[in-house]
Design a protein around this ligand. Structure first.
Ligand SMILES: [Mn+2]
Length: 441
């Protein structure tokens, strides 16, 4: 799979016979000025090209010959004592398949011998390339990598499916464990018990386990509240398999059954999500889905009597963004918010809600993305809107004020764009009936 990635990347530099591509792997990070080391996570571009999950490596690809050179650190005896065995170059060759392995202290000499034209590198690497005695070019590699990473290879799809399978099961575990009087962090423990047991020890992002009002805080990570009966519970958590992420959200009642208000509001978000999922096919665009999903939300709020006026006007006035203030979804891959959301020349749309859209690319088969509409009652957004003459007339102040501690609802699935629609990787129950059944078990 990684050799295919290298071939794809090099194909974009076909007519540059003298040039090299340079990719630097990640290093171990310490916590401030201490010797505590964070768990190592490889830099995503380097991982995409090499599959090598070790610190302090680098790689060169030769645009002319297609050769792949892996640079490894020269380790001493002390390293072996503290960190574990030190491999010989031949071991790296068989592990990662480079044409040649070079020690980091031999790179300048090697560059001096092959005398490349330019070295394509990522922004920030210029100095390093100059020290090697070569001419850096930061204008192309980043876009080229994003271009490649946007469309997933078969191997990448397999890894994304593995991450999704474990995350699906972990979400089901949480759904079966949720109960009044239990602390949010116990749900985090339930989730991670599953992912870590499957060997997926690295989380792709900090999970959100939020009950009651916390569920309306978009990046709530406190996870320390005692869950109460009558509240909703929102879990936004994923798993990472060989660097590839799953990113799933479900929302359901702490005590296992929806009140009629919760049911009405939940069904608005579900119908918004289904509308967006049904619109995914090659050629369509995320921003159009975002607006269709927003329309469902505003129409639902209108039906419930929380907003009033004409639905077109509510969209026109950006009332939807008071309740759905984030983007509908994003690309998913080696990074949870994966690269390539904005192709060259595409800017963010300066409009509430849409401003935070992390992807504006036209859908193509092989893209993997999340669809995650939400409906939140956020006093920090609603209070000023209720006090503003331009918006107050559309809002049912009495009803909305009662919902200031309601929290929010979000439903998030991960899907692959196919020729004729989607393949949904997320199998966690999401209708009210299905979820109530799971929670009753
Ligand atoms: Mn997401």
């Amino acid at each position: 799979m990684y050799s295919k990635h290298r071939t794809r990347l090099l194909s974009l530099f076909e007519d540059e016979k003298e040039n090299l591509l340079y990719l630097k792997g990640g290093s171990v990070l310490n916590r401030y000025d201490t010797d505590f080391e964070y768990p190592f996570r490889q830099e995503s571009n380097f991982l995409y090209v090499t599959g090598a999950n070790e610190p302090d490596m680098a790689a060169f690809l030769h645009c002319g010959t297609g050769e792949y050179f892996l640079v490894i650190p020269r380790r001493d005896v002390q390293y072996a004592v503290w960190m574990g065995s030190v491999h010989i170059p031949e071991t790296y060759r068989s592990m990662y398949g480079p044409d040649r392995v070079i020690y980091n202290d031999e790179v300048s000499e090697w560059i001096g011998k092959i005398k490349p034209g330019r070295i394509h590198c990522l922004p920030g690497m210029e100095k390093e390339v100059k020290i090697l005695g070569a001419t850096p070019d930061t204008g192309h590699l980043q876009d080229a990598l994003a271009y490649c990473r946007v469309i997933k290879s078969k191997g990448e799809i397999d890894y994304l499916k593995k991450a999704a399978a474990v995350a699906n099961q972990a979400h089901l575990d949480v759904m079966q464990s949720v109960a009044p009087g239990v602390c949010e962090f116990e749900m985090k423990a339930v989730f991670e018990h599953r992912t870590v047991r499957y060997g997926l020890t690295h989380a792709p992002y900090s999970g959100i386990f939020a009950s009651g009002p916390g569920s309306a805080i978009l990046h709530y990570t406190e996870n320390r509240r005692i869950m109460k009966s009558g509240e909703l519970f929102l879990t936004d958590a994923g798993a990472e398999y060989r660097g590839y992420a799953a990113d799933i959200t479900r929302t359901y009642p702490v005590d296992g059954s929806f009140t009629s208000l919760q049911a009405d509001l939940y069904d608005i978000v579900l119908s918004s999500q289904l509308t967006a999922l049904n619109m995914i096919r090659p050629g369509n665009k995320m921003e159009d889905l975002h607006m269709a999903a927003s329309r469902e939300i505003v129409a639902g709020l209108h039906f419930c009597g929380l907003v009033s006026g004409n639905v077109d006007e509510l969209i026109e006035m950006n009332i939807f963004a008071l309740f759905f203030p984030h983007g509908l979804g994003h690309l998913l891959g080696l990074d949870t918010h994966d690269v390539g959301g904005y192709p060259k020349g595409t800017d963010r749309i300066d409009r509430p809600g849409l401003r935070f859209l992390r992807a504006r690319r036209t859908f193509e088969p092989g893209m993997v993305l999340t669809i995650e509409p939400g409906l939140y009652f956020i006093p920090a957004l609603l209070e000023p809107a209720l006090a503003d003459d331009k918006t107050a007339g559309y809002l049912n102040s009495k009803k909305l004020k009662k919902l200031f501690d309601f929290g929010g609802i979000r439903i998030e699935d991960n899907v692959i764009v196919r020729e004729d629609g989607i393949e949904n990787l997320t199998t966690v129950p999401k209708t009210r009936q299905e979820m109530e059944l799971v929670m009753a078990e």
